[in-house]
Write a protein that binds this ligand. Structure first.
Ligand code: NDP
Length: 296
């Protein structure tokens, strides 16, 4: 019997923990604050940012939203980051990617105060993650870890395969799976567009994390009987719907659901966890910066 993992339910539990923490902080007059910065006209980015802001409101976090015209020079964004770094009501800063081509993405990530870098992409925080001493685990891979823990899926000694090597999902995911300790200790293989015989690798996975951004590329023949299949992909494909598209993952859900032991759907799998872990990191940042302890 395949378990269809309910990401919304797991995310709701984490949000409840976050709300409890914001109450603890409020008792000491600390209100966690998250600043989001959008420098793009992209519809999907606008949607992601507004979902993040709404989630803040629902969990007692102050959301501060900043929009910068994508035609403005890069310096406008850099200056805004400097202001937010200096603002004591802002504990977490998130610059929604992608930024326009004339903006240096690496400069943006490096400019955010690493103590406020709730995405976990600042080079210092990437280094700490790799060293096994993470300050903020990047939200999506951390969410995947939370899913595995919630479902009682042991990672130790398992063969884990991550398809995708991006800085925001694939690489940090592989790093977390390979770390010492809980949620790690997996024998981890990272695949990408140059990987030869991909199906041979994925079929060896006890735990498969698909994060390639290619609609439904993992089919039932590419997975092992009983595997845990975590689908990070969110892809818009044309469809006969009101919006003219629908969202599908990187996994062909129908062809994998019989073979998998457990599988995440899209939507309703990893997506809700990404937002929940952003709230989690924001509360953690507020706790560190204020010196008020919370239980996370
Ligand atoms: P990127 O495009 O940055 O990276 C994709 C990775 O997949 C690259 O490493 C690429 O290889 C690899 N890849 C592409 N095609 C293939 C292929 N045919 N076979 C094997 N590997 C391949 O994407 P992201 O990591 O940012 O995102 C991945 C997916 O996850 C997207 O659908 C995105 O929308 C979704 N996403 C979902 C989130 C959530 O909350 N659920 C959050 C973030 C992302 P190479 O490096 O060689 O080019």
């Amino acid at each position: 019997m395949t378990t269809i993992i309910d990401g919304n339910e797991i995310a709701d539990r984490i949000r409840a923990e976050v709300s409890a923490c914001t109450e603890t902080l409020a008792a000491s007059d600390v209100r966690p604050g998250l600043a989001t910065v959008l420098m793009s006209d992209d519809g999907a980015s606008e949607t992601y940012v507004s979902m993040k802001q709404q989630a803040c409101e629902e969990t007692g976090i102050d959301g501060f939203h900043h929009e910068i015209d994508p035609d403005e020079p890069a310096a406008v964004l850099y200056d805004r980051i400097d202001e937010l770094n200096a603002d004591p009501t802002v504990h977490g800063i998130l610059v929604q990617m992608p930024v326009p081509d004339h903006v240096d993405k690496r400069e943006v990530l490096a400019r955010i105060d690493p103590r406020k870098d709730v995405d976990g992409f600042h080079p210092e925080n990437v280094g700490r993650l790799v060293a096994g001493n993470a300050r903020f685990k990047p939200c999506t891979p951390h969410g995947v870890q939370k899913i595995l823990a919630a479902e009682g899926i042991e990672t130790e000694g398992k063969d884990a395969v991550v398809v995708g090597r991006s800085d925001i999902v694939g690489k940090p995911m592989a790093n977390l799976l390979v770390q010492y300790g809980e949620g790690g200790n997996a024998t981890t293989t990272v695949c990408h567009s140059r990987t030869r015989n991909l199906a041979e690798k994925t079929r060896n996975a006890d735990i498969l994390v698909a994060a390639a951004g290619v609609p439904e590329m993992i089919d039932g023949d590419m997975i092992q009987e009983g595997a845990t299949v975590i689908d990070v992909g969110i892809n818009r494909v044309e469809a006969d719907t009101e919006k003219g598209y629908e969202l599908v993952g990187d996994v062909d859900f129908e062809s994998c659901r019989e073979t998998a032991g457990a599988i995440t759907p899209v939507p309703g799998g990893v997506g809700p966890l990404t937002i929940a872990m952003l709230l989690y990191n924001t509360v953690k940042a507020a706790s560190h910066q204020s010196g008020v302890a919370v239980e996370l």
